[in-house]
Write a protein that binds this ligand. Structure first.
Ligand code: BJW
Ligand code: ZN
Length: 237
């Protein structure tokens, strides 16, 4: 019998155990701002320095964070399961640091800067950053973090690849996401509608819990446990 096709969607909760703050849990404020006020193209146009400082602050916090057992388990799934695909909303780079190679990044990467006008991009691990966004070396326009803000389109290739994988999956693992931001939150519904199983790992229920088996608890504990049990079942077949 062939192995089941498994896909995973991760959110900020997968990195919570590594010390990266989530968005919507308690303490989600930076200075007096909610992240929804800063993670928009309008905010960057109005006050590029403020938004730049917000991302610099987050980069400085993330720079010292290391992958946890949830990231490591997802990296191992890729090595063991031939059709596994990891789709993440996270921008922190911890999946790559744990060794995941096949990753669809829906919301970009905080360690890449890109030009607001032309196609210039650069990897940048500097933390702290300069106090002001630099100018593009190619065209002179302002540089910005290569992340997807509210109201901006996701990379069409990334969303198409994720869409197909969730439609074809036998099992969708949904790890540490509040499942309220679209189009990412739509993905597990595709698996469900096609008759696949949705398994959610979260410390609390989400809007997906209606269609999912919800495993409550910190995913850095529950996901490695589920994976160990799952592998035993595979061996018994
Ligand atoms: C643990 C844990 C532990 C804690 N273990 N669990 C359809 C309907 C309604 C609105 C829309 C729609 N389609 C589009 C929209 C508009 C908008 C949207 O979805 N708005 C909703 C919020 C209402 N979407 C967009 O604008 C997207 N663009 C788009 O669709 O373009 C076309 C379009 C535009 C406008 C209108 C219509 C169409 C772009 C979305 C980009 C999101 N960007 C951000 C910021 C990225 C850069 C940055 O980091 O600064 O992405 S917002 C933020 O939310 C970030 C995250 O990736 C994303 C998801 O959050 P996540 O990861 O789920 O984190 P939390 O904090 O919410 O949840 C953490 C969870 O972990 C919780 O459940 C905890 O319980 C749990 N947890 N510790 C396990 N140890
Ligand atoms: Zn440029």
């Amino acid at each position: 019998m062939s192995l089941p096709r498994i896909v995973a969607l991760t959110g900020a909760g997968v990195s919570a155990g590594s010390g990266v703050p989530t968005f919507r849990d308690a303490g989600g404020l930076w200075r007096q701002y909610r992240f929804q006020e800063l993670a928009t193209p309008q905010a960057f146009r109005r006050d590029p320095k403020l938004v730049w400082e917000f991302y610099d602050w987050r980069r400085q916090r993330m720079a010292h964070c290391r992958p946890n057992p949830a990231h490591e388990t997802l990296a191992e799934m890729e090595r063991v399961l031939p059709d596994f695909l990891l789709v993440t909303q996270n921008i922190d780079g911890l999946h790559a640091a744990a060794g995941s190679e096949q990753v669809v990044y829906l919301h970009g990467d905080i360690w890449t800067l890109r030009c607001t006008r032309c196609t210039y991009k650069e990897r940048n691990r500097q933390a702290p950053l300069e106090p002001l966004p630099p100018s593009c070396p190619r065209c002179g326009a302002l540089m910005r973090p290569d992340v997807v803000w509210f109201g901006e389109s996701l990379d069409p290739h990334a969303i198409a690849r994720a869409w197909e994988a969730f439609e074809q999956a036998d099992i969708a693992l949904v790890v540490g996401t509040s499942a309220v931001v679209y189009p990412a939150a739509q993905l597990p519904w595709l698996t469900h509608e096609k008759g696949g199983q949705v398994i959610e790992f979260n410390t609390q229920p989400t809007p997906l819990s209606d269609i999912a088996t919800t495993i409550l608890g910190p995913c850095e504990e529950t996901l490695p446990h589920w994976w160990a049990e799952f592998q035993l079942k595979l061996e018994e077949r």
